[in-house]
Ligand binder design. Structure first.
Ligand code: ATP
Ligand code: MG
Length: 444
């Protein structure tokens, strides 16, 4: 098997070898190269100790020197070069107590999580595949290196990584590996929110977000997203739906563009449905208020998972307004845009489309037709550059002050009323018209 190393990675490996050390490209880059995917970064593993690596290259950074990792800079591009190591005894399902360097490449490969991530390559020795990585790649299987149970006891995050790789690559998970996850999923409680968040995001933006179902079946969401388990168990007995809330959510994810904000919003759009379910007089399930409560719950969940504030506010906004369906009139759409905030557009349309496509066939064409009309009106409003915010009003605070109004709450109120006028009739957004309206409002 031949793998095309980038020049700079090859240069680092050659330099280490010429100094009498062993060196290989290793891990994800080898996996991705064999699969014909573009590797994200090229990690290098070497028998050289960190101080020896530092002596060979003029520009290095001590990235994780206590774990043997040095970043080597080649023309400002960084490559992580890590000394062969074995991880010492693991404590509490996450940290090796100490790491020890080893002269043996195979020992280093053994500590890696999955067979497909445990291969190394250089031009001198070709591919080193001691654990059947190529055969598992060919068969499309995620399999632990060694005893799965033991590997998950060392680091519980590997359980989520197994499902994430299955989602990214369209693979299945080996039986023994899967059984071990099922048995040990509870130990994920020892893993930090940050590490869990990173894996959840990678799974969601992958080619197979439907693998959320595997997270559920193996007991992983039960630990890191119990709200999702409630969704999976919540039936929705009404003509619009043919799945449970969770089943609908998974189907909707499959219809959502591959984007972090959109996929998170769709994941959580119905999160409050289990809490909002009521049986109507028609004998059907209703979910009054679920978008509003959903926005709140989404905020709590995303904060718990330590997402950044920008992500949280974007996702919550989409969850809160995903079910807002204004009449198809320009003025009603303008009001809807003001309600949700312009930041929610056009993303909200992708969420709504995914939602519709994951519902029953009942009235689907009408729903899609409506959505098309909604989008077209929104586009027209944009093209005409109609005023949607206080900032875009033809008058501002100083104009009102010039009229003799003092700054204060009254002034805010007047501006809001003027915005109402303009939302109703955009033609009114002219300075003289609005000033006389303001005078009218003030004379009452
Ligand atoms: P990606 O960059 O897409 O997340 P990757 O395979 O490169 O995929 P990294 O987290 O960058 O994953 O790690 C690089 C390599 O380090 C992996 O290929 C694997 O060999 C090893 N590795 C990473 N995390 C773990 C872990 N938790 N347990 C064991 N080995 C791991
Ligand atoms: Mg990587």
């Amino acid at each position: 098997m031949e793998i095309l190393l980038p020049q700079k990675a090859a240069f680092i490996i050659d330099t280490l070898q010429q100094a009498g050390h062993e060196a290989y490209a290793v891990g994800g880059c080898i996996r991705d190269s064999i699969l014909g995917r573009q590797p994200e970064d090229w990690d290098i593993t070497t028998s050289a100790k960190p101080d020896e690596v530092k002596r060979l290259f003029p520009k290095t950074i001590d990235t994780g020197i206590q774990h043997g990792t040095v970043t080597v800079l080649v023309e400002r591009e960084g490559f992580e070069v890590t000394t062969y190591r074995v991880d010492g005894k693991y404590e509490d399902f996450r940290h090796p107590k100490e790491v020890t360097f080893t002269p043996d490449l195979i020992e280093d490969l053994k500590r890696r999580d999955f067979t497909m991530n445990a291969m190394a390559y250089n031009r001198k020795d070709g591919l080193v595949d001691a654990f059947g990585g190529v055969s598992d790649l060919n068969a499309g299987i995620v399999r632990c290196v060694g005893c799965a149970k033991q590997r998950f006891q060392e680091d519980a995050l590997r359980m989520m990584r197994a499902v994430r790789f299955a989602a990214q690559l369209g693979f299945s998970i080996d039986g023994e590996t899967k059984a071990a996850v099922k048995e040990l999923s509870g130990t994920l409680v020892h893993i930090s929110a940050e590490r869990i968040q990173a894996e959840l995001t990678k799974l969601l933006v992958s080619a197979h977000p439907e693998q959320m179902r595997t997270l559920y079946e193996l007991g992983i969401t039960g630990v890191m997203l119990p709200e999702f388990d409630r969704m999976m168990r919540a039936a929705q007995d009404n003509p619009h739906h043919c799945y449970t809330v969770g089943g609908h959510t998974i189907a909707a994810l499959m219809h959502t563009p591959n984007d972090k904000i959109l996929r998170l919003a769709v994941l959580l759009h119905d999160v409050a449905k289990p809490a909002c379910r009521s049986r109507g007089e028609d004998g059907r399930d209703h979910f009054h208020g679920h978008p509003q409560l959903g926005g709140k719950m989404a905020g709590q969940i995303l904060r718990r998972l330590k997402y950044d504030n920008d992500t949280i506010s974007k996702v919550c906004r989409l969850v809160q307004w995903h079910d807002d369906n204004p009449p198809l009139l320009e003025k009603s759409v303008r009001r809807a845009v003001v309600r949700a905030g312009q930041e929610a557009y056009p993303a909200i349309f992708a969420v709504k489309r995914a939602d519709i496509l994951a519902q029953s066939a009942y009235k689907r064409l009408e729903k899609l037709e409506y959505l098309k009309g909604y989008e077209a009106l929104y586009q027209r409003i944009l093209e005409k550059r109609q005023c949607l915010t206080l900032k875009e009003l033809a008058v501002n605070g100083s104009d009102l002050i010039a009229m003799g109004l003092k700054p204060g709450p009254k002034m805010g109120q007047v501006l809001k009323e003027l915005l109402e006028v303009v939302l109703e009739e955009p033609g009114q957004n002219q300075k003289d018209i609005l000033l006389s309206k303001a005078a009218e409002i003030l004379s009452f």
